[in-house]
Design a protein around this ligand. Structure first.
Ligand code: GDP
Ligand code: MG
Length: 436
């Protein structure tokens, strides 16, 4: 069960106004769910004590309980230090990525690079993990995918030299940010720490990020603490927060380690990263959504000019297959369906059921893409050109049956008709009218 669900259960225990016994039940439930979610026991005890006192002071009720919980959780998540990404006054801002093997360093390096690129920054990533054979190749693939420059040197065996050379390139070629991916080990060892220290001394990074795997629970906190003691860290990035994590690590890691949580990774795809903003996360944990976060995410990704053009086309009934592919590409930039749903008030509870839904790779979308792939440019521009012989050719080329092609074409036609109707009736209002 998700932490959001158990918190809801706790809130629901309070049935009557000013009922002390029901508050006790709610507090017991809350405590149990926090502990079960891997929140540190000391943290839990402190938190529930405060929630109980605050609720009583405000007058027992579901609202006052929720408010107290919200304010205590926010307090817990607020650690002194930087939030999100902070740029140095003398570019390039150099960030050293650290963490254990498999924690998500390379993926997070790519996600951060993509995040910054979307915000119009010139980014260079450096491949300094020479421990694993495939590590450099992995970063190369990620860099190519997100179209960000990478520095690597297949003939160099010393990560310190590569980091240094990457920084020289970033300085000379006026990059805004340099992200240095490094090697990890399965457990902390002296060699790993010594190598990291050497890289750190060579490039003097503006910040050191520690990537913690949220699936490792309490261990994530322990390891982060020892990295902090041995090389110093300025921020934690919590990866895999989308997985079967119990969620509690996010609530205690910053507080326990004494370093702010800066970003959270919420999926395997490049857009699946978010700035960690305490009150927004709390709002999501409580199932209240995060409209601000959603608006920010969409505005960074959606090209307004293009969106307006598409709306115009829809209104004229000219929406074609190329427009459809554009829309799909835009959707995929938003990241996983699950991460988006969690931000919509009232829908965050649904994310469990939709956990594995992969819109882009669903069989429907794959079939549509295959079909469009077998069309001529003219056919893509003008869906009305379709006739039996063209359909036959497209079916053959795409590996779909003629029945499938017919079905998709019909769906597409209906969808554009519907969209046209809606847009002429005035967007969302039209939709509401049709549904009521
Ligand atoms: P590294 O060894 O620290 O560089 O770890 P990698 O970046 O290679 O990641 C290890 C695995 O974790 C890969 O399969 C990634 O796709 C996966 N991964 C990383 N971050 C996330 C995340 O936020 N969510 C999910 N579901 N998987 C992730
Ligand atoms: Mg790696």
């Amino acid at each position: 069960d998700s932490i959001t669900g158990s918190i809801k259960n706790a809130v629901n225990k309070i049935r009557h106004k000013d009922d002390v016994a029901s508050l006790k039940k709610a507090i017991t439930e809350l405590k149990k769910s926090l502990l079960k979610a891997d929140v540190h026991h000391k943290t839990t005890k402190e938190l529930v004590t405060n929630v109980e006192l605050e609720t009583k002071a405000a007058g027992i009720g579901q609202d006052s309980f929720l408010n107290a919980l919200k304010s205590e959780l926010t307090k817990l998540l607020t650690t002194e230090g930087n939030q999100g990404f902070v740029f140095s006054s003398t570019p390039p801002t150099t960030i050293l990525m650290t963490g254990l093997q498999g924690s998500g360093k390379t993926t997070t390096t790519g996600k951060l690079a993509n995040y910054l690129k979307t915000r119009k920054k010139k980014v260079l990533v450096a491949a300094c993990d020479l421990q694993r054979l495939a590590a450099v190749e992995q970063l190369k693939q990620i860099a190519a995918q997100i179209e960000v420059d990478i520095y690597f040197d297949d003939n160099e065996k010393d990560p310190v030299k590569i980091a240094k050379a990457a920084q020289e390139k970033a300085t000379k070629e006026l990059y805004d940010v340099l992200l240095i991916d490094t090697a990890g080990r399965l457990a902390i060892d002296e060699e790993l720490m010594a190598q990291l220290k050497n890289v750190k001394d060579a490039v003097n990074p503006d910040e050191i990020f520690y990537v913690a795997d949220s699936l490792t629970g309490h261990d994530a906190t322990k390891t982060a603490t020892s990295f902090k003691e041995q090389i110093g860290i300025d921020g934690v990035v919590l990866s895999k927060y989308d997985g079967d994590t119990k969620g509690g690590v996010a609530l205690s890691i910053a507080h326990q380690v004494g370093v702010p949580l800066r970003f959270i990774g919420i999926g395997e795809k490049m857009p699946d990263i978010e700035v960690f903003i305490p009150d927004r996360i709390v709002s999501r944990l409580l199932g209240l959504g995060d409209i601000e976060g959603l608006a920010e995410k969409t505005s960074a990704v959606i090209d307004e000019k293009k969106a307006k053009e598409v709306t115009k086309k829809i209104k004229k009934g000219q929406f074609n297959f190329n427009d459809f592919l554009d829309q799909l590409a835009m959707m995929s930039k938003l990241g996983s369906m699950k991460s988006i749903l969690g931000m919509i008030p009232g829908l965050s509870g649904m994310t469990g059921a939709l956990k594995d839904m992969d819109f882009e790779n669903s069989s429907e979308i794959r079939s549509i893409k295959a079909m469009i792939g077998s069309m001529t440019p003219k056919e893509r521009e003008n869906p009305d050109l379709m006739n039996p012989s063209r359909k036959k050719r497209i079916a053959k080329g795409s590996g779909l049956s003629e029945v499938q092609v017919n079905k998709i074409l019909k769906q597409f036609k209906n969808a554009s008709k519907m969209a046209k109707k809606l847009s002429s009736k005035g967007g969302m209002k039209g939709l509401q009218n049709m549904m009521s």
